[in-house]
Design a protein around this ligand. Structure first.
Ligand code: C2E
Ligand code: CA
Ligand code: CA
Ligand code: CA
Length: 283
Protein backbone atom coordinates (compact mmCIF):
# COMPACT_ATOMS: atom_id res chain seq x y z
CA UNK A 1 0.00 0.00 0.00
CA UNK A 2 2.90 2.28 0.86
CA UNK A 3 4.50 1.78 -2.50
CA UNK A 4 1.25 2.42 -4.25
CA UNK A 5 0.93 5.64 -2.27
CA UNK A 6 4.41 6.66 -3.26
CA UNK A 7 3.75 5.95 -6.92
CA UNK A 8 0.66 8.01 -6.71
CA UNK A 9 2.66 10.77 -5.15
CA UNK A 10 5.19 10.74 -7.98
CA UNK A 11 2.44 10.60 -10.54
CA UNK A 12 0.70 13.57 -8.95
CA UNK A 13 3.93 15.53 -8.95
CA UNK A 14 4.56 14.92 -12.61
CA UNK A 15 1.04 16.03 -13.39
CA UNK A 16 1.54 19.19 -11.42
CA UNK A 17 4.76 19.87 -13.24
CA UNK A 18 3.13 19.59 -16.63
CA UNK A 19 0.22 21.73 -15.40
CA UNK A 20 2.68 24.40 -14.34
CA UNK A 21 4.39 24.21 -17.71
CA UNK A 22 1.07 24.52 -19.49
CA UNK A 23 0.19 27.59 -17.44
CA UNK A 24 3.57 29.18 -18.18
CA UNK A 25 3.14 28.50 -21.89
CA UNK A 26 -0.37 29.91 -21.89
CA UNK A 27 0.93 32.95 -20.07
CA UNK A 28 3.52 33.61 -22.78
CA UNK A 29 0.94 33.09 -25.49
CA UNK A 30 -1.42 35.55 -23.76
CA UNK A 31 1.27 38.20 -23.56
CA UNK A 32 1.92 37.74 -27.27
CA UNK A 33 -1.81 37.78 -27.99
CA UNK A 34 -2.25 41.12 -26.23
CA UNK A 35 0.60 42.66 -28.23
CA UNK A 36 -0.76 41.23 -31.47
CA UNK A 37 -4.36 42.18 -30.84
CA UNK A 38 -5.68 38.64 -31.01
CA UNK A 39 -8.54 39.46 -28.64
CA UNK A 40 -11.94 40.39 -29.96
CA UNK A 41 -15.27 41.21 -28.41
CA UNK A 42 -18.54 39.51 -29.06
CA UNK A 43 -21.74 41.06 -27.80
CA UNK A 44 -24.76 39.34 -26.31
CA UNK A 45 -27.99 41.34 -26.07
CA UNK A 46 -30.07 41.76 -22.91
CA UNK A 47 -33.72 42.26 -23.78
CA UNK A 48 -36.51 44.02 -21.92
CA UNK A 49 -38.53 41.35 -20.10
CA UNK A 50 -41.81 42.92 -21.23
CA UNK A 51 -41.20 44.03 -24.82
CA UNK A 52 -38.24 41.77 -25.71
CA UNK A 53 -36.51 44.79 -27.22
CA UNK A 54 -32.75 44.98 -26.89
CA UNK A 55 -31.77 47.50 -24.22
CA UNK A 56 -28.21 46.51 -23.51
CA UNK A 57 -25.41 44.35 -24.89
CA UNK A 58 -22.79 42.51 -22.84
CA UNK A 59 -19.23 42.50 -24.18
CA UNK A 60 -17.67 39.03 -23.94
CA UNK A 61 -14.01 38.59 -24.83
CA UNK A 62 -12.71 35.84 -27.17
CA UNK A 63 -9.20 34.95 -28.22
CA UNK A 64 -8.73 34.38 -31.94
CA UNK A 65 -5.69 32.11 -31.87
CA UNK A 66 -4.29 30.15 -34.83
CA UNK A 67 -7.66 30.03 -36.52
CA UNK A 68 -9.50 28.90 -33.39
CA UNK A 69 -11.76 30.88 -31.12
CA UNK A 70 -10.78 30.36 -27.49
CA UNK A 71 -13.40 31.08 -24.82
CA UNK A 72 -12.73 33.25 -21.76
CA UNK A 73 -13.06 30.47 -19.18
CA UNK A 74 -9.88 29.01 -20.67
CA UNK A 75 -7.72 32.11 -20.38
CA UNK A 76 -9.24 34.63 -17.94
CA UNK A 77 -8.06 32.66 -14.86
CA UNK A 78 -4.48 32.63 -16.20
CA UNK A 79 -4.72 36.29 -17.18
CA UNK A 80 -5.80 37.03 -13.61
CA UNK A 81 -3.10 34.92 -11.99
CA UNK A 82 -0.39 36.52 -14.12
CA UNK A 83 -1.60 40.10 -13.85
CA UNK A 84 -2.14 40.31 -17.61
CA UNK A 85 -5.82 40.90 -16.88
CA UNK A 86 -4.98 44.54 -16.16
CA UNK A 87 -3.92 45.21 -19.75
CA UNK A 88 -6.53 42.88 -21.20
CA UNK A 89 -9.29 44.50 -19.14
CA UNK A 90 -8.17 47.96 -20.19
CA UNK A 91 -8.35 47.00 -23.87
CA UNK A 92 -11.69 45.28 -23.48
CA UNK A 93 -13.23 48.35 -21.85
CA UNK A 94 -11.76 50.65 -24.46
CA UNK A 95 -13.09 48.60 -27.36
CA UNK A 96 -16.49 48.19 -25.72
CA UNK A 97 -16.74 51.95 -25.18
CA UNK A 98 -15.77 52.61 -28.80
CA UNK A 99 -18.45 50.20 -29.98
CA UNK A 100 -20.98 51.96 -27.77
CA UNK A 101 -20.10 55.32 -29.35
CA UNK A 102 -20.18 53.80 -32.87
CA UNK A 103 -23.73 52.59 -32.30
CA UNK A 104 -24.81 55.90 -30.80
CA UNK A 105 -23.35 57.71 -33.81
CA UNK A 106 -25.57 55.53 -36.01
CA UNK A 107 -28.61 56.50 -33.98
CA UNK A 108 -28.84 53.20 -32.13
CA UNK A 109 -29.65 53.82 -28.50
CA UNK A 110 -28.30 50.90 -26.53
CA UNK A 111 -26.32 50.38 -23.33
CA UNK A 112 -23.12 48.38 -22.88
CA UNK A 113 -22.15 45.98 -20.11
CA UNK A 114 -18.53 45.04 -19.48
CA UNK A 115 -17.22 42.35 -17.15
CA UNK A 116 -14.64 43.48 -14.65
CA UNK A 117 -12.46 41.00 -12.87
CA UNK A 118 -12.14 41.05 -9.08
CA UNK A 119 -8.44 41.40 -9.60
CA UNK A 120 -8.81 44.71 -11.45
CA UNK A 121 -10.63 46.28 -8.53
CA UNK A 122 -7.93 45.25 -6.11
CA UNK A 123 -5.03 46.43 -8.16
CA UNK A 124 -6.01 49.86 -9.32
CA UNK A 125 -8.37 52.77 -9.22
CA UNK A 126 -10.82 51.83 -11.91
CA UNK A 127 -12.37 55.25 -12.25
CA UNK A 128 -9.03 56.98 -12.93
CA UNK A 129 -8.02 54.11 -15.17
CA UNK A 130 -11.21 54.47 -17.19
CA UNK A 131 -10.81 58.20 -17.59
CA UNK A 132 -7.13 57.96 -18.51
CA UNK A 133 -7.81 55.32 -21.13
CA UNK A 134 -10.47 57.61 -22.59
CA UNK A 135 -7.95 60.46 -22.65
CA UNK A 136 -5.31 58.22 -24.22
CA UNK A 137 -7.63 56.80 -26.84
CA UNK A 138 -6.37 59.27 -29.45
CA UNK A 139 -9.29 61.64 -29.04
CA UNK A 140 -11.86 59.20 -30.36
CA UNK A 141 -13.40 59.16 -26.91
CA UNK A 142 -13.82 62.29 -24.84
CA UNK A 143 -14.05 62.09 -21.05
CA UNK A 144 -16.52 64.95 -20.70
CA UNK A 145 -19.07 63.91 -23.26
CA UNK A 146 -18.89 60.17 -22.69
CA UNK A 147 -22.32 58.62 -22.04
CA UNK A 148 -21.27 56.97 -18.78
CA UNK A 149 -24.88 56.29 -17.82
CA UNK A 150 -25.00 53.87 -20.78
CA UNK A 151 -22.17 51.83 -19.31
CA UNK A 152 -22.63 49.00 -16.80
CA UNK A 153 -19.77 47.22 -15.09
CA UNK A 154 -20.54 43.63 -14.08
CA UNK A 155 -18.69 42.43 -11.01
CA UNK A 156 -18.98 39.06 -9.32
CA UNK A 157 -20.24 38.42 -5.86
CA UNK A 158 -16.94 37.00 -4.64
CA UNK A 159 -15.46 40.47 -4.99
CA UNK A 160 -17.82 41.87 -2.41
CA UNK A 161 -16.44 39.78 0.40
CA UNK A 162 -13.03 41.43 0.58
CA UNK A 163 -11.55 44.90 1.00
CA UNK A 164 -14.93 46.40 1.65
CA UNK A 165 -13.94 50.01 2.30
CA UNK A 166 -11.78 50.22 -0.78
CA UNK A 167 -14.49 48.67 -2.89
CA UNK A 168 -17.31 50.91 -1.64
CA UNK A 169 -15.16 53.96 -2.44
CA UNK A 170 -14.30 52.58 -5.82
CA UNK A 171 -17.91 51.81 -6.72
CA UNK A 172 -19.06 55.21 -5.49
CA UNK A 173 -16.54 56.98 -7.70
CA UNK A 174 -17.71 55.00 -10.72
CA UNK A 175 -21.33 55.75 -9.92
CA UNK A 176 -20.54 59.46 -9.59
CA UNK A 177 -19.68 59.36 -13.28
CA UNK A 178 -23.07 57.77 -13.94
CA UNK A 179 -21.77 54.25 -14.50
CA UNK A 180 -24.12 51.46 -13.40
CA UNK A 181 -22.95 48.51 -11.35
CA UNK A 182 -24.36 45.00 -11.68
CA UNK A 183 -23.63 42.01 -9.47
CA UNK A 184 -22.99 39.09 -11.81
CA UNK A 185 -23.61 35.40 -11.04
CA UNK A 186 -25.76 36.44 -8.10
CA UNK A 187 -26.60 33.60 -5.75
CA UNK A 188 -23.51 31.51 -6.42
CA UNK A 189 -21.23 33.09 -3.82
CA UNK A 190 -21.09 32.30 -0.14
CA UNK A 191 -21.15 35.79 1.26
CA UNK A 192 -23.86 37.19 3.45
CA UNK A 193 -26.76 39.11 1.96
CA UNK A 194 -25.84 42.09 4.11
CA UNK A 195 -23.53 43.31 1.36
CA UNK A 196 -26.64 44.31 -0.57
CA UNK A 197 -27.13 47.10 1.91
CA UNK A 198 -23.41 47.96 2.10
CA UNK A 199 -22.59 48.18 -1.57
CA UNK A 200 -23.81 50.76 -4.05
CA UNK A 201 -25.16 48.62 -6.87
CA UNK A 202 -27.95 49.05 -9.42
CA UNK A 203 -28.68 45.61 -10.79
CA UNK A 204 -28.61 42.01 -9.71
CA UNK A 205 -27.90 39.45 -12.37
CA UNK A 206 -29.26 36.13 -11.17
CA UNK A 207 -26.99 33.25 -12.10
CA UNK A 208 -28.17 30.89 -14.81
CA UNK A 209 -28.08 27.95 -12.43
CA UNK A 210 -31.32 29.31 -10.92
CA UNK A 211 -33.34 28.75 -14.07
CA UNK A 212 -31.72 25.58 -15.35
CA UNK A 213 -34.59 23.37 -14.17
CA UNK A 214 -37.86 25.26 -13.95
CA UNK A 215 -39.68 22.20 -12.59
CA UNK A 216 -37.53 22.28 -9.47
CA UNK A 217 -39.71 23.72 -6.69
CA UNK A 218 -36.85 24.84 -4.46
CA UNK A 219 -35.13 26.57 -7.32
CA UNK A 220 -38.35 28.35 -8.26
CA UNK A 221 -38.84 29.46 -4.66
CA UNK A 222 -35.30 30.83 -4.51
CA UNK A 223 -35.74 32.75 -7.74
CA UNK A 224 -38.99 34.27 -6.50
CA UNK A 225 -37.33 35.23 -3.23
CA UNK A 226 -34.33 36.85 -4.92
CA UNK A 227 -36.62 38.91 -7.16
CA UNK A 228 -38.71 40.02 -4.16
CA UNK A 229 -35.55 40.95 -2.25
CA UNK A 230 -34.24 42.97 -5.19
CA UNK A 231 -37.55 44.78 -5.52
CA UNK A 232 -37.58 45.63 -1.83
CA UNK A 233 -34.09 47.09 -2.20
CA UNK A 234 -35.00 49.00 -5.36
CA UNK A 235 -32.58 47.03 -7.53
CA UNK A 236 -33.11 46.01 -11.11
CA UNK A 237 -33.03 42.31 -11.94
CA UNK A 238 -31.54 40.46 -14.90
CA UNK A 239 -31.98 36.76 -15.49
CA UNK A 240 -29.35 35.09 -17.65
CA UNK A 241 -29.17 31.72 -19.39
CA UNK A 242 -32.68 31.59 -20.85
CA UNK A 243 -32.51 28.88 -23.51
CA UNK A 244 -36.04 27.50 -23.84
CA UNK A 245 -39.66 28.61 -24.21
CA UNK A 246 -40.44 26.95 -20.91
CA UNK A 247 -37.75 28.93 -19.10
CA UNK A 248 -38.96 32.13 -20.73
CA UNK A 249 -42.56 31.48 -19.65
CA UNK A 250 -41.31 30.80 -16.15
CA UNK A 251 -39.26 34.01 -15.76
CA UNK A 252 -41.89 36.11 -17.52
CA UNK A 253 -44.11 35.59 -14.48
CA UNK A 254 -41.41 36.73 -12.09
CA UNK A 255 -41.38 40.48 -12.64
CA UNK A 256 -37.76 40.75 -13.76
CA UNK A 257 -36.39 43.65 -15.83
CA UNK A 258 -33.93 42.13 -18.30
CA UNK A 259 -33.55 38.71 -19.87
CA UNK A 260 -30.47 37.30 -21.55
CA UNK A 261 -29.90 33.93 -23.13
CA UNK A 262 -29.49 31.83 -26.24
CA UNK A 263 -33.28 31.77 -26.63
CA UNK A 264 -33.10 35.40 -27.77
CA UNK A 265 -29.55 35.95 -28.93
CA UNK A 266 -26.18 34.27 -28.76
CA UNK A 267 -23.08 36.42 -28.40
CA UNK A 268 -22.60 38.09 -31.81
CA UNK A 269 -19.77 39.69 -33.69
CA UNK A 270 -20.08 43.45 -34.04
CA UNK A 271 -21.38 43.37 -37.64
CA UNK A 272 -24.00 40.75 -36.86
CA UNK A 273 -25.00 42.70 -33.76
CA UNK A 274 -25.43 45.80 -35.88
CA UNK A 275 -27.89 43.92 -38.15
CA UNK A 276 -29.82 42.63 -35.17
CA UNK A 277 -29.96 46.06 -33.52
CA UNK A 278 -31.15 47.71 -36.73
CA UNK A 279 -33.91 45.14 -37.14
CA UNK A 280 -34.74 45.54 -33.47
CA UNK A 281 -35.25 49.29 -33.88
CA UNK A 282 -37.58 48.84 -36.83
CA UNK A 283 -39.44 45.79 -35.54
P1 C2E B 1 -20.60 35.65 -17.48
O1 C2E B 1 -20.22 37.08 -17.35
O2 C2E B 1 -21.48 35.08 -16.45
O3 C2E B 1 -21.20 35.53 -18.94
C1 C2E B 1 -22.22 34.63 -19.28
C2 C2E B 1 -21.70 33.43 -20.02
O4 C2E B 1 -22.79 32.56 -20.32
C3 C2E B 1 -21.05 33.75 -21.38
O5 C2E B 1 -20.04 32.79 -21.62
C4 C2E B 1 -22.23 33.56 -22.33
O6 C2E B 1 -21.82 33.30 -23.66
C5 C2E B 1 -22.92 32.38 -21.72
N1 C2E B 1 -24.35 32.33 -22.04
C6 C2E B 1 -25.14 33.32 -22.49
N2 C2E B 1 -26.41 32.89 -22.68
C7 C2E B 1 -26.43 31.60 -22.34
C8 C2E B 1 -27.46 30.58 -22.34
O7 C2E B 1 -28.63 30.81 -22.68
N3 C2E B 1 -27.10 29.36 -21.91
C9 C2E B 1 -25.82 29.05 -21.52
N4 C2E B 1 -25.55 27.82 -21.13
N5 C2E B 1 -24.83 29.98 -21.53
C10 C2E B 1 -25.13 31.23 -21.92
P2 C2E B 1 -18.58 33.19 -22.11
O8 C2E B 1 -18.66 34.25 -23.16
O9 C2E B 1 -17.85 31.93 -22.41
O10 C2E B 1 -17.94 33.86 -20.83
C11 C2E B 1 -17.66 33.13 -19.67
C12 C2E B 1 -17.22 34.00 -18.54
O11 C2E B 1 -15.96 34.62 -18.83
C13 C2E B 1 -18.16 35.17 -18.27
O12 C2E B 1 -19.26 34.74 -17.51
C14 C2E B 1 -17.24 36.12 -17.53
O13 C2E B 1 -17.18 35.77 -16.17
C15 C2E B 1 -15.91 35.86 -18.18
N6 C2E B 1 -15.63 36.94 -19.15
C16 C2E B 1 -16.05 37.07 -20.44
N7 C2E B 1 -15.57 38.20 -21.00
C17 C2E B 1 -14.84 38.81 -20.05
C18 C2E B 1 -14.08 40.03 -20.00
O14 C2E B 1 -14.01 40.82 -20.97
N8 C2E B 1 -13.44 40.33 -18.82
C19 C2E B 1 -13.52 39.51 -17.73
N9 C2E B 1 -12.87 39.87 -16.62
N10 C2E B 1 -14.23 38.37 -17.73
C20 C2E B 1 -14.87 38.02 -18.88
CA1 CA C 1 -21.26 38.92 -17.07
CA1 CA D 1 -23.22 35.55 -15.16
CA1 CA E 1 -19.76 33.64 -14.83
Amino acid sequence: AKECGRNQFYFFNEQMQSEAEKVAELCNALQFAIENREFELHYQPLVCAKTHRILNVEALVRWRHQGKLIMPDEFIPVAEASGLIIELGRRVRLEAMKTLLDFHALGIDVSMSVNVSTFEFWSHDLQSCLISSIINSGNELKPDGFPYHKLTLEITESLLMKEQVHLVNSLNKLRELGIQIAIDDFGTGYSSLSYLKEFPVDTIKIDKSFIRDVQDQKQAALLTAIVALSRALNLKVTVEGIETCLQLAFVSEKNVDFIQGYFFHRPLEKDALFEVLTANLKG
